[in-house]
Design a binder for this molecule. Structure first.
Ligand code: NAP
Length: 396
């Protein structure tokens, strides 16, 4: 146990981290869906922010630049055709609908996503269509199929993306790795990216809380001269609070790298290795789990999120601080070659090819579920289930 940061400290940290975006946007959104759009509304920019990120100046675009009437006015002649209804389709689609934009969904008829879309209130023949029909009806084609499906369906989809439409992605994957995916957009359409930095479920919950997710935006092809502006508007439309400009390449490299690294693969590997050594040395499952996962997720990681690493260190005992300071560079050195190998594997397309092969299988859902069930059955996560029952908020 490192130490117990006081609840007061935690509360202060969380307050300090509270978002500065307008809190009322989703409430405003709900009202706006039933209010007529003001025709006298003027489309003026309030400006963008240039911020100093550790000595590097970067531009950040904020939702406040797009008050709802301006957003609705800007997109009043557009139909957002959301193709695919996985986690991003759900989050982005419902947010855009609540923001009063004209949205339709296109998915395989009677598939899992069709069923999900029906549950969320999309109406067959009005706002829910088979994929091809939705693309034909849309002006902004938001390709939110799984990355493997984007490649598999491209030959059917491409001819429907006609001149003047806008092609939108939430990942640079398909176009950047075109040698493997064969996704080459038609030359006469704008191609833009809005990539929320989080799961589609978070895209939705942050929006409903009146906050907004951080997103990356980028332009691959600007035919109209307005591609970037459209990306910024759509980022707000689907629920972003702040948008950071990048390129398709940088977005896909960093995204594939991050999720395989610290965000998912790395953290599972690190948790498991630490737990395993504790167990080999005679510690009980509960002790090993508490010292590895529970304290991390419930106590210390939120402090890093709120105010940074030094803040978390300072919230812990001097004994913990001394030891962590000594061991951090050792872990860094041991991990650097792994991260170098990972980045190379991302950039040279190895990760893309693996993903296309695996997720392109007919059995991709079952195959993924089988491997995830293996994780679920690892002792560390079985121990975790019992530990979680002891939390005050747990309901039997
Ligand atoms: N999830 C995230 O955290 C996240 C974050 C940022 C960006 N993104 C990006 O957002 C995009 C969508 O990701 P996602 O996670 O929301 O979706 P996903 O779960 O990867 O994909 C689900 C959708 O793809 C459809 N699909 C799969 N195979 C198909 C096929 N052969 N033909 C037609 N449809 C098929 C599914 O329809 P059925 O139900 O009919 O199979 C479902 O609607 C991707 O580019 C992803 O990289 C995801």
């Amino acid at each position: 146990m490192a130490s117990r940061p006081s609840h007061q400290l935690l509360r202060t940290a969380i307050r300090a981290a509270a978002p500065r975006v307008a809190r009322s946007y989703s409430g405003l959104a709900r009202k706006a869906t039933i209010s007529p759009i003001s025709s006298s509304f003027k489309t003026s920019y309030r400006g963008i922010k240039t911020l100093d990120f550790a000595g590097t100046k970067e531009t950040v675009y904020e939702r406040a630049d797009w008050p709802l009437p301006k957003l609705q006015e800007y997109l009043k002649n557009d139909t957002l055709a959301l193709i695919g209804y996985g986690s991003q389709g759900h989050g982005q689609g419902l947010n855009a609908r609540d923001n009063g934009l004209k949205v339709i969904v296109g998915v395989r008829k009677d598939g899992e996503s069709w069923r999900q879309a029906l549950e969320d209130g999309w109406v067959p023949g009005e706002t829910l269509f088979p994929i091809e029909e939705a693309i034909s009806r849309g002006t902004i084609i938001m390709n939110l199929l799984s990355d493997a499906a984007q490649s598999q369906t491209w030959a059917q989809i491409k001819p429907l993306i006609t001149k003047g439409k806008t092609l939108y992605f939430s990942h640079g994957f398909s176009v950047v790795f075109k040698d493997d995916t064969h996704v080459v957009p038609p030359p006469d359409v704008d191609v833009i990216l809005v990539a929320p930095k989080g799961s589609g479920r978070t895209v939705r919950t942050l929006f409903k809380e009146g906050r907004g997710i951080n997103s990356s935006i980028a332009v691959w092809q600007d035919v109209s001269g307005k591609a970037k502006e459209k990306a910024l508007a759509l980022a707000v439309g689907v629920g972003s609070g702040y948008s950071y400009e990048t390129t398709f390449e940088k977005e896909v490299y960093s995204d594939l790298y991050g999720e395989r690294g610290v965000l998912m693969g790395g953290i599972q590997g690190m948790f498991r290795a630490q737990y395993e050594v504790l167990r080999r040395n005679g510690h009980s499952p509960s002790e090993a789990f508490n010292e590895t996962v529970e304290e991390a997720t419930q106590s210390l990681f939120p402090l890093i999120g709120a105010n940074g690493m030094d803040y978390m260190y300072n919230a812990c005992s001097t004994t913990a601080r001394r030891g962590a300071l000594d061991w951090a560079p050792i872990f860094e050195k041991a991990n650097l070659p792994v991260f170098e190998a990972l980045y190379k594997s991302v950039k040279d397309g190895t990760e893309t090819r693996k993903s296309l092969e695996f997720n392109g299988r007919k059995t991709y859902r079952e195959d993924l579920a089988r491997e995830l069930e293996e994780i679920n059955n690892q002792e560390i996560w079985r121990a975790g289930r019992t530990v979680r029952t002891l939390r005050p908020e747990h309901k039997a």
